[in-house]
Ligand binder design. Structure first.
Ligand SMILES: [Zn+2]
Length: 95
């Protein structure tokens, strides 16, 4: 399946850029990162499709949080993104 190249979040088109390495400011490895100023979501190349979707939704929640200034911390972003995925899967929602 072709890799997704963009995702629309809060009406903004984010480019999806695949990288071999991602690190945060502390030098810790990341699976994804979002830059709401550049409208880019970075994802680590080569993740299994299900994991990639999970990370993409996690980064999309970060983007929503930043764009709407919700003030969510990492823990809340983790919980919210996992429950959004469960909500869609458990109810077989077609959007
Ligand atoms: Zn995060």
């Amino acid at each position: 399946m072709a890799k997704r190249k963009t995702i629309k979040i809060c009406g903004q088109i984010f480019k999806i850029v695949y990288k071999t390495k991602l690190k945060n400011a502390k030098g810790e490895s990341l699976l994804g990162e979002c830059d709401v100023n550049k409208l880019i979501i970075y994802l680590i190349k080569g993740m299994p499709p299900e994991k990639e979707t999970q990370i993409l939704i996690h980064e999309a929640v970060h983007a929503i949080d930043k764009m709407l200034d919700l003030g969510l911390n990492e823990h809340k972003v983790v919980l919210l993104s996992l429950h959004i995925i469960s909500l869609i899967r458990d109810n077989k929602l077609k959007l």
